[in-house]
Design a binder for this molecule. Sequence first.
Ligand code: MN
Length: 461
Amino acid sequence: MFASNVYIERRKRLISDIGSGLILFLGNELSPMNYPDNQYPFRQDSSFLYFFGLNCPGLAAVIDTDQGAECVFGDDLTVDDIIWMGPQPLLKEKCQAVGISETAPLDQLQPLLDRAVDQDRQIHFLPQYRPENVLKIQELLDIHQTVIPDHVSEPLIRAVVAQRSFKSDEEIAQIEAALDMSYEMQTTAMKMSKPGVCEREVAAAMEQIVLARDGRLSFPTIFSIHGETLHNHYHGNIMSAGDIAVNDSGAETPLGYASDITRTIPVSGKFSQRQKEIYAIVFESQTTAIEASKPGVEVRDVHRLASEVLVSGLKDLGLVKGDVSQAVEAGVHTLFFQCGLGHMMGLDVHDMEGLGEDYVGYTDTIKRNPEFGWRSLRLGKALEPGFVITVEPGLYFIPELIDRWKAERKNIQFVSYDAVEKYKDFGGIRIEDDILVTEDGPRMLGGPIPRTIDEVEAMSS
Ligand SMILES: [Mn+2]
C-alpha cells in the first residue's frame, strides 16, 4: 500500500467535500465459483482500496463527516480460521498502516447505522455492483434491493470521481509498473505468434507473466485472429500464415492499478500489403488522437477527429467516397469503428465504471450521444491534467454488419459496398496505448512497446 498519509489526505478531502452525514463504504467479499469454499481470487472494491488501502475481504467502513471520525468494521480471525488460513495481522494493525485508529467488530455496524437512521442523519453510499453487497445495503439500511439505485448518494459519487479522476505521481508509478508487465506480455505475444500456434498458448504465456510478477490480468485477455469481434474471449483458433492477431490485454499491480494495451500482430511475421494499408490508417488515427489529447479538449471531439482520419484513409483505399467530415457526421465511420476511442484507466481498467459511466465521462452539459457507435464512447468530456486515458481506435470488418448496412442501402452515397465486400474476410486492427494528460500535453505511459509496422514486424519475426 501507499504511505498512510496518502489515504489520510484522500479521506480528509472526501469529508470536506461531503460536508455532513455518514459515508458507508462496503468492501468486497470472497465470491464462490462452484461451491462456497472454492472461491475466485479476491478483488477488493476499487473505491475501498482508494480510501482505505485494505486489501482483504469482509470489511466495511464508516466516515462520520460531522465529527471527522473514521471506523473500519471487520472481524479478526479465530483460531479455527487460523488453522486453515494461517495467522494474519490484526485488523487494528492493518488499519494503523492506513491512518485509521478506530476499528470495531462487524456486528457493531448495524446498531451504529440504526442510531444514525433514528437521528435522521443522511447515510451516503455508492452504487453497488455485487449481489452480496446489494443485500447488505438492503439489510443495513432497510432499503429494498430494487430501489437501492434511487438511494445512492450522487454527492458521494461526484466526490469520489472528482478525486479518482486525477492520478497522483505514486498512482502513475503504479500504472507504469503495470505497463512494464504489458511490455512483456505484448512482446512475448509478438514472438510467440507463429503459424500452427494456438491462441490459448499465447494467452496462457501472458497470464504467466503477470502471475510470476505478483500481478494479475486487469481484465480477461482478448487475443484473437478474429479481431473484428470487439471483445472476443475465445482462444481456440490455430493461427495461420496471413492471419493477424489482435492482442488487447492488461496487467494489474498488487496495489490494483491497471494497464490496457492493444497491438495487432502479423502471424507470419510480416503484414500483407492490404494489412499494412489498414494498419497505417489506424496508426495515423491513433497518433493524431494522442497528439490532440490536451487539457481542455473534449474527448468527443478527439473521437470525431480519429474517426475522420479513419474515414479519410478508407476513402484513399476506395471503400468510402464523398466529403470525409460529412461522412463522419452521417455516422459512416461506425460501419468500421463501432466503439469508443477510449476510457479512463486507474484502479479499474474502465476506471470507476461501477460508479456510473456518465458521471465519469460526461457532464451536465456534455451528454452522451445515443447514436450507434457514439453511444459506446465512455469518455466524452474535456480532458484535464492528471487524467489517464486509453486511446484505442480500430478498423473492424464485421461481415454481419456490412451485410445489414448493404441490405438497408445505409449511407449508400458514402460507402462503396462493392469495395467493402472484399474486406469481409479481413478481420480487425486495433492499436491502444495509455496516456497521461499533462499541462504540457499528452505523455504516453510506460516504456515504448513496438507500435509502428516496422517495429511490430521486427519483434514478430
Ligand atoms: Mn481499453
